[in-house]
Write a protein that binds this ligand. Structure first.
Ligand SMILES: Cc1cc2nc3c(=O)[nH]c(=O)nc-3n(C[C@H](O)[C@H](O)[C@H](O)COP(=O)(O)O)c2cc1C
Length: 347
């Protein structure tokens, strides 16, 4: 793909996500089907609550993640630098958008080093699409060079078959992905997470990925930003509209994948339409270790700059502590055990 096309694509994604109605239309992430079990006799001391979490061996101040977004054009680089500033202040992991633009292109090394520098010891996630994993196998020379430059803590590979299907010049062909992924995991030297971009990951797919050696699954389920929607708007044609709401609702994706923890040791990130602190708390109660959000934090940045993101995420932290108090949970581990009722059981 031409460099100019890639840049135009990045810019139009940013504009559409900032200004257009790109959310799912009729389908939700499914958190409204759950309620917390209120504990009328809570003895939790809110002052003693800690949200400290472990992200692949690094301590974070809260179980929240700024999901992977953008990069490679000036405005995107600025967004990443600002998000890095916020994430560092909050001590939470930051996901960078796809680094495809930087493969074999040294021009971006400076900004990547700047982002790493701005994050200090706080976890940074590199990101590439499945298509780049296939095309860079088996040696992954360019990817290894990027790892050397950015020094990420974790490598996120996104799988987005629906988006590729609808995207102009998309690459809807994942043949050979699992084999390439296994090689990638052996060679890369840092934990690998697989994420979707808004269509969710099924339990069976998660199991296959964990058997390949993946250390984390990020649901990026349905109900939040619709990347089918974004591409349909970009194409300026109604073709593919049937797929606007395609995908597995995030709550279901989290709940079912969490069951695999009995057999596998992995980090589960619940994301996709996690738009409020209560939804994040429900994602954690359903079994996610971290809750991630993209477009909501992007909007917070556009509206209020770095401080806007910091304030938004601090309000999530404060709300999460209130939920722990009201459910009688003294820790996040306790929250993940049976603290939700399904609304279908109300009657
Ligand atoms: C502006 C923007 C750019 C994105 N770019 C990437 C990307 O490069 N790689 C990726 O894995 N996901 C990317 N995403 C997808 C998000 O990480 C996330 O999975 C998806 O938007 C669903 O989460 P949400 O409902 O919280 O937005 C992007 C999202 C936004 C809003």
């Amino acid at each position: 793909m031409q460099e100019d096309d890639l840049q135009e694509r990045k810019r139009s994604h940013l504009t559409l996500c900032e200004t257009s109605a790109v959310a799912f239309k009729a389908k939700t992430a499914g958190f409204e089907f759950y309620d917390f079990i209120h504990c009328a006799i809570t003895e939790v001391d809110t002052g003693a609550l800690s949200l400290d979490s472990d992200f692949f061996g690094k301590k974070t101040a809260a179980p929240f993640i700024i999901s992977c977004m953008t990069g490679g054009v000036n405005e995107a680089d600025n967004i990443n630098l600002q998000l890095a500033e916020a994430a560092k202040e909050l001590r939470i992991p930051l996901g960078l958008g796809s680094l495809r633009y930087a493969l074999g292109n040294h021009v971006h090394d400076t900004i990547l080093r700047q982002i790493r520098g701005a994050m200090g010891d706080t976890p940074v996630m590199a990101n590439l699409g499945a298509a780049q994993i296939i095309s860079n196998a088996p040696a992954f020379t360019q990817v290894l060079r990027l790892v050397d430059v950015l020094q990420p803590d974790v490598f996120v590979v996104h799988v987005n078959p629906l988006q590729e299907l609808l995207q102009k010049n998309g690459e809807p062909k994942l043949t050979g992905f699992l084999q390439a992924l296994e090689q990638f995991i052996k060679i890369i030297g840092i934990p690998v997470i697989i994420k979707e971009v808004g269509s969710g990951i099924a339990k069976a797919a998660a199991k296959t990925l964990l058997n390949c050696g993946v250390r984390g699954i990020d649901t990026a389920g349905a109900g939040g930003t619709s990347w089918a929607g974004v591409e349909i708007l970009r194409n300026n044609s109604p073709e593919g509209t049937e797929f606007w709401d395609w995908g597995i609702p995030t709550a279901y994706s989290i709940k079912t994948i969490a069951k695999l923890k009995k057999k596998f040791d992995f980090t589960l990130i619940g994301s996709g339409g996690v738009n409020t602190p209560l939804e994040a708390a429900k994602a954690l109660a359903l079994g996610a270790n971290f809750a991630g959000s993209a477009r909501i934090f992007f909007h917070a940045l556009k509206k209020g700059g770095v401080n806007g993101v910091i304030q938004e995420i601090q309000s999530w932290e404060s709300m999460l502590k209130k939920v722990l108090y009201l459910t009688g949970c003294a820790s996040l581990t306790e929250l993940s055990r049976h603290n939700l009722i399904e609304k279908k059981d109300f009657h």
